[in-house]
Design a protein around this ligand. Sequence first.
Ligand code: SF4
Length: 311
Amino acid sequence: MIAFGPVPSRRLGRSLGINNIPPKVCTYSCVYCQLGRTIKLQVDRRMFYEPDDILMSVQSKVESVQKSGETIDYLTFVPDGEPTLDVNLVPEIALLRRLGIPLAVITNGSLIWREDVREELEQADWVSLKVDAVREGIWRRVDRPHGKLQLASIQDGMLEFAKAYTGHLVTETMLVAGVNDGEKHMGEVADFLARLQPERAYLSIPTRPPAEEWARAPREETINRAYQVLSESIDRVEYLIGYEGNAFAFTGSVEEDLLSITAVHPMREDAVSAFLARARADWSVIHRLIVQKQLIEMEYEEQKFYMRKLC
Ligand code: SF4
Protein backbone atom coordinates (compact mmCIF):
# COMPACT_ATOMS: atom_id res chain seq x y z
CA MET A 1 0.00 0.00 0.00
CA ILE A 2 1.97 2.96 -1.29
CA ALA A 3 -0.74 5.61 -0.83
CA PHE A 4 -2.62 5.94 2.44
CA GLY A 5 -5.09 8.25 4.12
CA PRO A 6 -5.75 11.08 3.91
CA VAL A 7 -4.74 11.51 7.53
CA PRO A 8 -5.24 14.69 9.52
CA SER A 9 -1.86 16.41 9.75
CA ARG A 10 -1.09 19.01 12.33
CA ARG A 11 0.83 20.99 9.74
CA LEU A 12 -0.59 20.10 6.35
CA GLY A 13 -4.33 19.86 6.86
CA ARG A 14 -5.60 16.75 5.11
CA SER A 15 -2.56 14.95 3.87
CA LEU A 16 -2.56 11.92 1.59
CA GLY A 17 0.54 9.95 2.53
CA ILE A 18 2.96 8.40 0.06
CA ASN A 19 4.89 5.46 1.43
CA ASN A 20 7.81 5.34 -1.03
CA ILE A 21 10.10 3.33 1.30
CA PRO A 22 9.32 -0.18 2.57
CA PRO A 23 9.37 -0.80 6.34
CA LYS A 24 11.69 0.14 7.80
CA VAL A 25 14.65 1.40 5.83
CA CYS A 26 16.17 4.55 7.27
CA THR A 27 19.41 6.46 7.76
CA TYR A 28 18.47 6.96 11.41
CA SER A 29 17.04 4.79 14.16
CA CYS A 30 15.54 7.50 16.36
CA VAL A 31 14.83 6.46 19.92
CA TYR A 32 11.33 7.94 19.65
CA CYS A 33 10.43 6.52 16.22
CA GLN A 34 6.78 5.49 16.10
CA LEU A 35 7.65 2.72 13.62
CA GLY A 36 9.96 0.93 16.04
CA ARG A 37 13.68 0.27 15.61
CA THR A 38 15.13 0.57 12.11
CA ILE A 39 15.33 -2.80 10.39
CA LYS A 40 17.72 -1.69 7.66
CA LEU A 41 20.03 1.21 8.54
CA GLN A 42 21.48 2.48 5.27
CA VAL A 43 22.78 5.59 3.53
CA ASP A 44 22.99 4.36 -0.05
CA ARG A 45 20.18 5.61 -2.22
CA ARG A 46 18.39 3.16 -4.45
CA MET A 47 15.14 2.40 -6.22
CA PHE A 48 12.37 0.86 -4.18
CA TYR A 49 9.31 1.12 -6.47
CA GLU A 50 8.72 2.01 -10.09
CA PRO A 51 7.64 5.68 -10.31
CA ASP A 52 4.66 4.62 -12.46
CA ASP A 53 3.50 2.25 -9.69
CA ILE A 54 3.65 5.13 -7.22
CA LEU A 55 1.64 7.34 -9.56
CA MET A 56 -0.96 4.60 -10.11
CA SER A 57 -1.37 3.94 -6.40
CA VAL A 58 -1.66 7.64 -5.52
CA GLN A 59 -3.95 8.40 -8.44
CA SER A 60 -6.37 5.62 -7.57
CA LYS A 61 -6.39 6.73 -3.91
CA VAL A 62 -7.02 10.35 -4.92
CA GLU A 63 -9.93 9.24 -7.11
CA SER A 64 -11.54 7.16 -4.36
CA VAL A 65 -11.04 9.99 -1.84
CA GLN A 66 -12.63 12.50 -4.20
CA LYS A 67 -15.50 10.10 -4.95
CA SER A 68 -16.26 9.81 -1.26
CA GLY A 69 -16.47 13.62 -1.03
CA GLU A 70 -13.27 14.05 1.02
CA THR A 71 -10.62 16.66 0.24
CA ILE A 72 -6.81 16.51 0.05
CA ASP A 73 -4.57 19.50 0.87
CA TYR A 74 -1.19 17.85 0.29
CA LEU A 75 0.35 14.70 -1.18
CA THR A 76 3.06 13.97 1.37
CA PHE A 77 6.11 11.73 1.19
CA VAL A 78 6.05 10.35 4.73
CA PRO A 79 7.11 6.73 4.43
CA ASP A 80 8.16 3.84 6.67
CA GLY A 81 11.71 5.20 6.56
CA GLU A 82 13.70 8.08 5.05
CA PRO A 83 12.10 9.33 1.79
CA THR A 84 15.32 10.71 0.26
CA LEU A 85 16.82 7.20 0.18
CA ASP A 86 14.56 6.79 -2.85
CA VAL A 87 16.64 7.57 -5.91
CA ASN A 88 13.49 8.19 -7.98
CA LEU A 89 12.15 11.12 -6.01
CA VAL A 90 12.37 13.53 -8.96
CA PRO A 91 10.54 11.37 -11.54
CA GLU A 92 7.92 10.56 -8.90
CA ILE A 93 7.38 14.24 -8.09
CA ALA A 94 7.16 15.04 -11.80
CA LEU A 95 4.51 12.35 -12.35
CA LEU A 96 2.53 13.31 -9.25
CA ARG A 97 2.43 16.96 -10.39
CA ARG A 98 -0.19 15.81 -12.91
CA LEU A 99 -2.66 15.40 -10.06
CA GLY A 100 -2.58 19.15 -9.36
CA ILE A 101 -2.16 18.80 -5.58
CA PRO A 102 0.72 20.47 -3.66
CA LEU A 103 3.56 18.12 -2.68
CA ALA A 104 5.30 17.87 0.68
CA VAL A 105 8.31 15.88 1.90
CA ILE A 106 8.95 15.09 5.55
CA THR A 107 12.64 14.19 5.73
CA ASN A 108 15.20 13.76 8.47
CA GLY A 109 17.59 15.77 6.26
CA SER A 110 20.45 13.34 6.81
CA LEU A 111 21.28 13.12 3.09
CA ILE A 112 20.95 16.84 2.40
CA TRP A 113 24.74 17.19 2.32
CA ARG A 114 24.38 15.63 -1.16
CA GLU A 115 23.79 18.13 -3.95
CA ASP A 116 21.42 15.76 -5.79
CA VAL A 117 19.20 15.42 -2.71
CA ARG A 118 19.08 19.21 -2.23
CA GLU A 119 18.09 19.69 -5.88
CA GLU A 120 15.40 17.03 -5.60
CA LEU A 121 13.91 18.47 -2.43
CA GLU A 122 13.74 21.85 -4.16
CA GLN A 123 11.05 20.34 -6.41
CA ALA A 124 8.63 20.00 -3.48
CA ASP A 125 6.26 22.75 -2.33
CA TRP A 126 6.80 22.11 1.38
CA VAL A 127 9.76 20.49 3.13
CA SER A 128 10.22 19.60 6.76
CA LEU A 129 13.74 19.00 8.11
CA LYS A 130 14.52 17.28 11.38
CA VAL A 131 16.69 19.26 13.78
CA ASP A 132 16.72 17.24 16.99
CA ALA A 133 20.26 18.03 18.00
CA VAL A 134 23.18 20.23 17.02
CA ARG A 135 25.80 18.53 19.17
CA GLU A 136 27.38 15.34 17.87
CA GLY A 137 26.99 13.30 21.07
CA ILE A 138 23.35 14.25 21.60
CA TRP A 139 22.55 13.67 17.92
CA ARG A 140 24.04 10.18 18.08
CA ARG A 141 22.04 9.43 21.20
CA VAL A 142 18.66 10.66 20.03
CA ASP A 143 18.68 9.94 16.27
CA ARG A 144 21.17 7.02 16.28
CA PRO A 145 22.43 7.78 12.73
CA HIS A 146 24.23 5.45 10.33
CA GLY A 147 27.97 5.49 11.15
CA LYS A 148 28.92 7.14 7.85
CA LEU A 149 26.86 10.28 8.52
CA GLN A 150 28.37 13.47 9.92
CA LEU A 151 26.37 16.13 11.67
CA ALA A 152 28.53 19.05 10.49
CA SER A 153 27.99 18.23 6.78
CA ILE A 154 24.27 17.73 7.35
CA GLN A 155 24.03 21.16 8.96
CA ASP A 156 26.00 22.74 6.10
CA GLY A 157 23.68 21.02 3.62
CA MET A 158 20.60 22.32 5.43
CA LEU A 159 21.93 25.89 5.38
CA GLU A 160 22.80 25.58 1.70
CA PHE A 161 19.33 24.21 0.93
CA ALA A 162 17.56 26.95 2.92
CA LYS A 163 19.39 29.63 0.90
CA ALA A 164 18.20 28.27 -2.44
CA TYR A 165 14.75 26.89 -1.58
CA THR A 166 11.72 28.97 -2.59
CA GLY A 167 8.99 26.74 -1.13
CA HIS A 168 7.77 26.42 2.46
CA LEU A 169 10.59 25.27 4.73
CA VAL A 170 9.80 24.11 8.25
CA THR A 171 11.80 22.27 10.89
CA GLU A 172 10.81 19.80 13.53
CA THR A 173 12.63 19.27 16.80
CA MET A 174 11.52 16.31 18.85
CA LEU A 175 12.22 16.71 22.55
CA VAL A 176 13.13 13.58 24.50
CA ALA A 177 13.36 13.85 28.26
CA GLY A 178 16.92 13.84 29.55
CA VAL A 179 18.49 13.52 26.09
CA ASN A 180 18.22 16.71 24.01
CA ASP A 181 15.99 18.93 26.14
CA GLY A 182 18.65 20.74 28.23
CA GLU A 183 18.50 24.54 28.22
CA LYS A 184 22.08 24.98 26.96
CA HIS A 185 21.53 22.58 24.09
CA MET A 186 18.23 24.24 23.20
CA GLY A 187 20.10 27.55 23.04
CA GLU A 188 22.47 25.98 20.49
CA VAL A 189 19.53 24.58 18.49
CA ALA A 190 18.05 28.09 18.53
CA ASP A 191 21.32 29.55 17.16
CA PHE A 192 21.31 27.04 14.32
CA LEU A 193 17.63 27.67 13.51
CA ALA A 194 18.28 31.42 13.53
CA ARG A 195 20.79 30.82 10.71
CA LEU A 196 18.47 28.45 8.87
CA GLN A 197 15.45 30.78 9.06
CA PRO A 198 12.63 28.24 8.55
CA GLU A 199 9.13 29.56 7.95
CA ARG A 200 8.12 27.72 11.15
CA ALA A 201 10.10 25.78 13.73
CA TYR A 202 7.98 23.07 15.31
CA LEU A 203 8.70 21.63 18.72
CA SER A 204 7.26 18.20 19.22
CA ILE A 205 7.28 15.42 21.78
CA PRO A 206 6.69 11.67 21.49
CA THR A 207 2.90 11.31 21.43
CA ARG A 208 2.83 7.77 20.08
CA PRO A 209 4.55 4.63 21.35
CA PRO A 210 8.32 5.11 20.80
CA ALA A 211 10.96 2.63 19.56
CA GLU A 212 12.56 2.71 23.01
CA GLU A 213 10.27 2.52 25.96
CA TRP A 214 12.41 5.01 27.90
CA ALA A 215 12.04 7.74 25.26
CA ARG A 216 9.55 9.98 27.01
CA ALA A 217 8.27 13.50 26.63
CA PRO A 218 9.88 16.06 28.93
CA ARG A 219 7.83 17.66 31.67
CA GLU A 220 5.61 20.59 30.71
CA GLU A 221 7.96 23.14 32.29
CA THR A 222 10.87 21.81 30.23
CA ILE A 223 8.86 21.96 27.01
CA ASN A 224 7.80 25.47 27.81
CA ARG A 225 11.39 26.46 28.59
CA ALA A 226 12.57 25.02 25.26
CA TYR A 227 9.85 27.01 23.51
CA GLN A 228 10.95 30.20 25.25
CA VAL A 229 14.63 29.63 24.47
CA LEU A 230 13.91 29.05 20.76
CA SER A 231 11.56 32.03 20.63
CA GLU A 232 14.32 34.32 21.87
CA SER A 233 16.27 33.64 18.68
CA ILE A 234 13.58 33.01 16.08
CA ASP A 235 9.99 34.04 15.42
CA ARG A 236 7.36 31.51 14.50
CA VAL A 237 8.10 28.70 16.93
CA GLU A 238 5.09 26.46 17.38
CA TYR A 239 4.21 23.51 19.54
CA LEU A 240 3.35 20.38 17.68
CA ILE A 241 2.26 18.45 20.68
CA GLY A 242 -1.52 18.31 20.32
CA TYR A 243 -3.36 15.26 19.08
CA GLU A 244 -4.21 15.48 15.38
CA GLY A 245 -7.94 14.93 15.80
CA ASN A 246 -10.06 12.12 14.53
CA ALA A 247 -10.64 13.11 10.94
CA PHE A 248 -9.23 9.92 9.43
CA ALA A 249 -10.84 9.40 6.06
CA PHE A 250 -12.77 6.38 4.94
CA THR A 251 -12.12 5.66 1.26
CA GLY A 252 -14.01 2.44 0.67
CA SER A 253 -12.22 -0.50 2.27
CA VAL A 254 -12.17 -0.47 6.09
CA GLU A 255 -9.40 -3.04 6.47
CA GLU A 256 -7.18 -1.59 3.77
CA ASP A 257 -7.56 1.94 5.09
CA LEU A 258 -6.88 0.92 8.68
CA LEU A 259 -3.79 -1.08 7.76
CA SER A 260 -2.35 1.58 5.48
CA ILE A 261 -2.94 4.41 7.97
CA THR A 262 -1.63 2.53 10.99
CA ALA A 263 1.52 1.45 9.13
CA VAL A 264 2.80 5.00 9.43
CA HIS A 265 0.44 6.58 11.87
CA PRO A 266 -0.66 4.62 14.93
CA MET A 267 -4.28 5.50 15.78
CA ARG A 268 -5.57 6.25 19.23
CA GLU A 269 -8.60 4.26 20.41
CA ASP A 270 -11.02 7.16 20.07
CA ALA A 271 -9.78 7.86 16.53
CA VAL A 272 -10.44 4.22 15.61
CA SER A 273 -13.96 4.47 17.06
CA ALA A 274 -14.68 7.63 15.07
CA PHE A 275 -13.28 6.02 11.90
CA LEU A 276 -15.36 2.86 12.37
CA ALA A 277 -18.52 4.91 12.95
CA ARG A 278 -17.94 6.84 9.73
CA ALA A 279 -17.30 3.60 7.85
CA ARG A 280 -20.42 2.00 9.44
CA ALA A 281 -18.24 -0.83 10.75
CA ASP A 282 -17.65 -2.14 14.26
CA TRP A 283 -14.78 -3.29 16.45
CA SER A 284 -14.96 -6.84 15.08
CA VAL A 285 -12.77 -5.61 12.18
CA ILE A 286 -10.08 -4.57 14.66
CA HIS A 287 -10.32 -7.79 16.66
CA ARG A 288 -10.02 -9.81 13.46
CA LEU A 289 -6.93 -7.89 12.33
CA ILE A 290 -5.36 -8.42 15.76
CA VAL A 291 -6.05 -12.17 15.67
CA GLN A 292 -4.57 -12.26 12.15
CA LYS A 293 -1.49 -10.51 13.61
CA GLN A 294 -1.83 -7.67 11.14
CA LEU A 295 -2.58 -5.07 13.78
CA ILE A 296 -1.23 -4.70 17.30
CA GLU A 297 -2.78 -3.03 20.31
CA MET A 298 -0.52 -1.22 22.76
CA GLU A 299 -0.66 1.28 25.58
CA TYR A 300 1.16 4.53 25.94
CA GLU A 301 0.53 7.22 28.58
CA GLU A 302 -2.67 5.42 29.58
CA GLN A 303 -4.08 5.56 26.04
CA LYS A 304 -4.65 2.56 23.80
CA PHE A 305 -3.10 2.72 20.32
CA TYR A 306 -3.49 0.51 17.28
CA MET A 307 -0.61 0.02 14.90
CA ARG A 308 0.09 -2.19 11.94
CA LYS A 309 2.49 -5.02 12.66
CA LEU A 310 5.54 -4.28 10.51
CA CYS A 311 7.30 -7.62 10.47
S1 SF4 B 1 11.62 9.02 13.15
FE1 SF4 B 1 11.94 9.16 10.95
S2 SF4 B 1 14.13 9.47 10.77
FE2 SF4 B 1 13.82 8.67 12.79
S3 SF4 B 1 14.05 6.44 12.58
FE3 SF4 B 1 11.86 6.91 12.36
S4 SF4 B 1 11.56 7.07 10.17
FE4 SF4 B 1 13.77 7.27 10.52
